[in-house]
Write a protein of this length. Structure first.
Length: 268
């Protein structure tokens, strides 16, 4: 039997979501034992076995779906001709997604950033609010679930070290300085993220796109960045903009991807 605890820990250290599949009941003859476990990280990435064959392929599909939905599920299989088995037994499994909570790294604790953090409290998101301004958090009244991080703008590495890059990573950039915005975006584009968003107009997006391509030799430019951010609700106050942005983040988390910038960037 493989060391499933060690494998789980390795994925946890990488902030990679997985599903732990456990055989919870075996009735009759079956190619697996009670307590057999498998860890699924993707369609072609798994460890251990729950019996092999067509049944295992279906279990992997269900595990991948559980990871996407971040929801525990159960599955039951009767091992007959449908699964190319002649055992005739019955297997029940529990599929548990792990490491699946989305983490938002929000650069910029201005009016909109603070409102976004407040609204997200009570949702699946873990929130880290990051700012470079000295003593900026001193007078802010924020929920204890919001993690605060003051970084030194003179050492840009502290910005990137503040982020747990990976498939659960959401990055929002809305600092007080366009130069800082650009540096964070340029650093984040090659990293692995679930969502990378930048506050600003289409004009800002096009300007950053040209700078990334021409000055930073990043050929994809802003095509991986959502800018402008948020759903088109028509609201213009900080709270209304924050609600629109949170709505978009929740869409991504629950599997509804936002429209990105590829279409109009092709025209510049």
């Amino acid at each position: 039997m493989f060391d499933w605890i060690q494998v789980l820990n390795e994925y946890k250290q990488k902030y990679e979501p997985v599903a732990l599949v456990t055989v919870t009941k075996v009735l009759g003859s079956a190619p697996c034992a009670l307590g057999s476990r498998m860890i699924v990280a993707g369609e072609n990435e798994f460890h251990g076995t729950v019996g092999g064959g067509k049944m295992e392929f279906e279990v992997i599909d269900k595990a991948v779906e559980a990871i996407k939905k971040n929801c525990i599920s159960e599955a039951t299989f009767t091992l007959g001709p449908e699964f190319e088995q002649c055992c005739g037994g019955k297997v029940e499994l529990l599929i548990e997604p792990m490491n699946g909570l989305p983490e938002l790294f929000l650069f910029g604790a201005g009016h909109i950033g603070v409102e976004i953090a407040k609204i997200l409290v009570g949702t699946p998101f873990k929130i880290k609010l990051i700012d470079s301004r000295k003593d900026w958090f001193k007078d802010l009244e924020l929920d204890s679930d919001i993690q605060l991080s003051q970084v030194d703008i003179r050492d840009f590495k502290t910005f990137t070290d503040a982020v747990n890059w990976g498939s659960n990573c959401y990055v929002l950039v809305l600092t007080h300085d366009h130069t800082i915005d650009f540096e964070i975006i340029a650093t984040a584009i090659p990293k692995k993220t679930k969502y990378l968003g930048l506050i600003g107009s289409k004009t800002k997006c096009v300007r950053f796109n040209n700078m990334l391509i021409k000055e930073m030799s990043i050929p994809e430019g802003m095509s991986k960045v959502v800018c402008p951010i948020g759903l088109n609700t028509g609201g213009e106050t900080p709270k209304e903009i924050a609600i629109a942005v949170v709505g978009q983040l929740l869409q991504v988390h629950y599997g509804l991807e936002p429209k990105q910038n590829r279409n109009y960037l092709k025209q510049v």
